[in-house]
Design a binder for this molecule. Structure first.
Ligand code: NGQ
Ligand code: ZN
Length: 452
């Protein structure tokens, strides 16, 4: 049992002062506001719940910053993707484990305590399945276990190179499954995560480019009651190709043909019309927004203001993992809207309401929903995923309650994270994960080999 005491803590009911939190094993057992610290309480100033990065492709952390060199033609998402495929084709299971372990260490250091791993690098380098079809998934699970982050594993189904069942191209061979192989992959993935604390599983039909309608219908039952994640409408070309194929836009097609409901998370949904935004919000599905990656890849700007006004839920994901940060994702989300609308505090929930707090609350709730967590936050029964901030950080000086979150997101940035408990274990202290050094060495050795 661990007893923590926070001068100030963000609870589901709002900010409270002098909060004692009792953690037993991986779970919060009791939360008592308004009590003085007792002897033996570990004391901190400011506590927040950990957030989820609801969309990650772990292996891509290995190539972060390596696609920032201008090519011969105009660089786009599609030319980035070629670089990404070349990197993916070179990685061994050990490389994936090394890269994912440091990535998850970095996520924890930033205040992400759960990851939705949209996992599609399944097979060996020649495209044949490993002896254990879930070999790569097991490396992801090992990385989660070593770091302490909670894993929602989302094995991805990927079968085609484009709309209309086009054959995949050679660079995609490590991703490809038949429906039968996917069934075997799901069964093996279930076994892989069975003993992993805090883990759960869903499915990830990659996109309408990669999955034909009959395949989508065939794999949805594999989700059981778990989450279903799909990329949609990230690029204008994807929307055009989808229109050419079906006469519908990607989000529109999904809403008309797939059983989209609260278990679903539509990743990006960048290029959506007003009608799509309204219909999407009504389904109760989560928009999985990845603001740093969407900016990095030149995707466009999601109509977040309209989606919020229509009652839509969203969470954030680090996606390509080019930069890892809770504050970075939330700030970029708001700043994209400011640039688009030429206004300030666009995503605040109303007059006098903090923008940072609005973003944080949405990302907490949307992340939990998208990764099928019934209970999150500093509340009894939730996994003990707790983040403390450094109250001595200059951008937090003199701030109370929501002003702390605004100071953290918009001014202090990531360095203000002090300690992080993941499933009750204190894995980050003074902003550093206990495995930082060894994980960096292993990552660096793998990446040095991959880039030469
Ligand atoms: C992915 N990433 O699956 O890693 C994709 C690129 C694709 C993003 N969309 C590949 N950010 O969409 O075909
Ligand atoms: Zn993605």
């Amino acid at each position: 049992m661990t007893r923590l005491h926070f001068a100030s803590a963000l609870l589901p009911s709002g900010w409270a002062n002098d909060v004692q939190v009792i953690v037993t094993a991986s779970t919060i057992e009791a939360v008592t506001p308004g009590v003085a610290p007792a002897a033996g309480d570990e004391r901190h100033q400011i506590a927040l719940p950990g957030l989820a990065s609801l969309h990650s492709h772990a292996f891509q952390r290995g190539m972060a910053g390596l696609a920032e060199l201008r090519g011969d033609s105009t660089d786009t998402f599609w030319t980035w993707r070629e670089t990404m495929y070349r990197f993916a084709l070179a990685m061994t299971p050990d490389d994936v484990a090394a890269v994912a372990t440091l990535l998850y260490v970095e996520m924890l250091e930033q205040g992400f305590t759960r990851v939705g791993e949209f996992h599609y690098l399944h097979h060996d380098r020649d495209g044949t399945a490993y002896a254990d079809i879930a070999e790569m998934a097991s490396r992801i699970a090992q990385a989660a276990e070593a770091s302490g982050i909670a894993l929602t594993l989302l094995p991805s189904f990927y079968a085609h190179g484009s709309f209309g069942g086009a054959p995949p191209h050679a660079g995609q061979r490590r991703f490809i499954c038949s429906v039968d192989q996917f069934a075997a992959l799901m069964a093996a993935s279930h076994k892989t995560i069975a003993k992993l604390p805090g883990a759960n599983i869903g499915i990830a039909p990659h996109s309408l480019r990669a999955v034909a309608p009959d395949e989508l219908a065939a794999i949805i039952p594999f989700a059981d009651r778990g989450p279903v994640h799909i990329h949609a409408a990230e690029q204008v070309k994807e929307v055009e190709d989808c229109l050419a194929w079906s006469g519908k836009r990607p989000v529109q097609w999904l809403l008309e043909h797939a059983p989209v409901d609260q278990r679903w998370c539509i990743i990006h949904a960048t290029h959506t019309t007003d009608a799509e935004v309204t219909a999407f919000a009504k389904t109760g599905a989560v928009a999985g927004l990845c603001p740093i990656t969407e900016a990095s890849l030149g995707d466009g700007i999601f109509p977040a203001r309209q989606f919020f006004d229509a009652g839509g839920s969203f969470g954030v994901g680090t996606d390509s993992n080019v930069l890892i940060g809770v504050t970075d994702e939330l700030r970029q989300l708001e700043y994209g809207q400011r640039l688009k609308h030429r206004a300030r505090n666009v995503l605040s929930s109303g007059a006098g309401r903090s923008t940072g707090r609005t973003l944080f609350d949405h990302a907490l709730a949307g992340g939990a929903q998208a990764l099928a967590q019934a209970k999150v936050g500093l509340t009894p029964g939730a996994r003990a995923d707790i983040v403390t901030l450094d109250a001595a950080h200059p951008s937090l000086a003199g701030r109370a309650h929501d002003a702390i979150i605004d100071g953290w997101i918009f001014a202090a940035g990531s360095r203000a994270v002090d300690c992080v408990w993941a499933g009750g274990a204190k894995v980050v202290e003074g902003g550093q994960h206990e495995l930082r050094q060894s994980a960096r060495e292993r990552f660096n050795a793998a990446v040095r080999r991959l880039v030469t």
